[in-house]
Design a binder for this molecule. Structure first.
Ligand SMILES: *[C@@H]1O[C@H](CO)[C@@H](O)[C@H](O)[C@H]1NC(C)=O
Ligand SMILES: *[C@@H]1O[C@H](CO)[C@@H](O)[C@H](O)[C@H]1NC(C)=O
Ligand SMILES: *[C@@H]1O[C@H](CO)[C@@H](O)[C@H](O)[C@H]1NC(C)=O
Ligand SMILES: *[C@@H]1O[C@H](CO)[C@@H](O)[C@H](O)[C@H]1NC(C)=O
Length: 311
């Protein structure tokens, strides 16, 4: 907890330092100006996959496996999918886990502070782009597409959208490319893309700092997840041979095994496996490897290469 608090304070200082740069635009006027011209893209594609045709990750925050498994909302979700009981996060604190989830390693990011990773460093979106598999991120309460700072709730000043929970934004290979930035979107755009049946094949979804449990509790995060996911499981614009992965960035306890609850959901999961558990050892890199296997993408040559895929 102390480590987390320290990082939060340090992070605020860094934002202060960058206050006049392109990275933050947190006052209402500059946000409105930038929003008016922000470029937004909603690409779609139908590249057939081996096991699924669409993959969606939703990441919650900082909860030990047992705490998560004890939550009634998550129990309700677990009945609809496969719970992975031996799934580990990569490290502590939050940010390196998100970074690793798309890059195959933490790239020496050991903290939650503002970080940038060199332009030559590849991520999963390089592999997806090469095969024409469409992708987007959806980050709740990001004020406009491609925003690169942190954003607080304008009514009450609470943490809301944070860069450290956005896996792709710290990679210069993404942030220096306007077409890629235009696919880093918020939940307004998710609702719009869903309704218009313009969701991509690869998605990463981050709820805000309340809904993901970071600044609240597993009860709040579980209730949010149930309210968000259960309608999607019935929505044919979302479910089209879709794999939905609900996981946590890391466990809360820094001094125990970094085991987090992960549930595999969606119509790509056979009905016979709904409500079951699987005790194979997996970790965040397993998701990368599973996606790479599914569309024959090759690999990043990082920890994704040797990871155990789900299939
Ligand atoms: C979400 O992003 C879009 C596109 O940039 C923007 O028009 C919209 O105002 C944003 N929504 C919120 C709630 O900030
Ligand atoms: C997070 O999103 C919910 C809606 O999903 C909203 O009610 C809440 O105010 C947001 N939290 C913050 C801190 O902005
Ligand atoms: C579902 O996917 C197939 C291709 O796999 C596509 O042709 C079809 O239009 C999709 N359906 C919807 C509702 O998006
Ligand atoms: C679960 O367990 C078996 C091993 O018993 C494995 O082969 C299978 O692929 C597993 N994974 C999933 C996601 O079902």
């Amino acid at each position: 907890m102390h480590l987390i608090a320290l990082c939060a304070v340090a992070s605020a200082i860094v934002v202060g330092v960058h206050g006049q740069t392109q990275y933050t635009a947190t006052n209402a006027a500059s946000v409105a100006a930038a929003r008016a011209t922000a470029r937004t893209l909603s690409p779609t594609s139908y590249v057939k996959g081996k096991t699924f045709d669409r993959v969606v990750q939703i990441w919650l925050e900082n909860t030990d496996f047992d705490m998560a498994q004890g939550d009634p909302s998550l129990q309700s979700i677990a009945k609809k999918g496969i719970t992975l009981t031996n799934y580990e996060s990569v490290t502590h604190p939050s940010q390196p886990n998100y970074i690793a989830s798309v890059g195959g390693q933490t790239h020496w990011v050991i903290w939650d502070l503002f970080s940038r990773i060199s332009k030559s460093t590849k991520t999963i979106v390089d592999l997806l782009d090469a095969k024409g598999v469409s992708w987007s991120e959806y980050q709740e309460d990001m004020p406009y597409s491609g925003f690169q700072g942190d954003f607080v709730n304008q009514q009450n000043g609470k943490n809301d959208y944070v860069r450290k929970h956005n896996p792709l934004i710290s990679y210069d290979s993404v942030s220096s490319d306007l077409d890629r930035l235009a696919k880093i979107k918020n939940f307004t755009m998710f609702d719009r893309d869903l309704k218009a049946n313009k969701l991509p094949q690869w998605m990463f979804i981050t709820p805000n700092m309340t809904n993901d449990g970071h600044d609240s509790s597993i009860t709040v995060a579980g209730a949010w997840a149930k309210g968000f996911i259960e309608p999607l499981l019935q929505n044919s614009n979302f479910m089209n041979n879709t794999l939905l992965i609900l996981t946590f960035d890391e466990a809360e306890n820094y001094f125990a095994r970094n085991r987090v609850m992960t549930v595999l959901l969606g119509d790509a999961i056979p009905a016979s496996l709904q409500g079951t558990t699987n005790d194979t050892e997996y970790n965040h890199y397993s998701i990368l490897k599973t996606v790479e296997n599914n569309w024959n993408l090759g690999d990043l040559g990082e920890n994704d290469k040797k990871a155990t895929a789900f299939w």
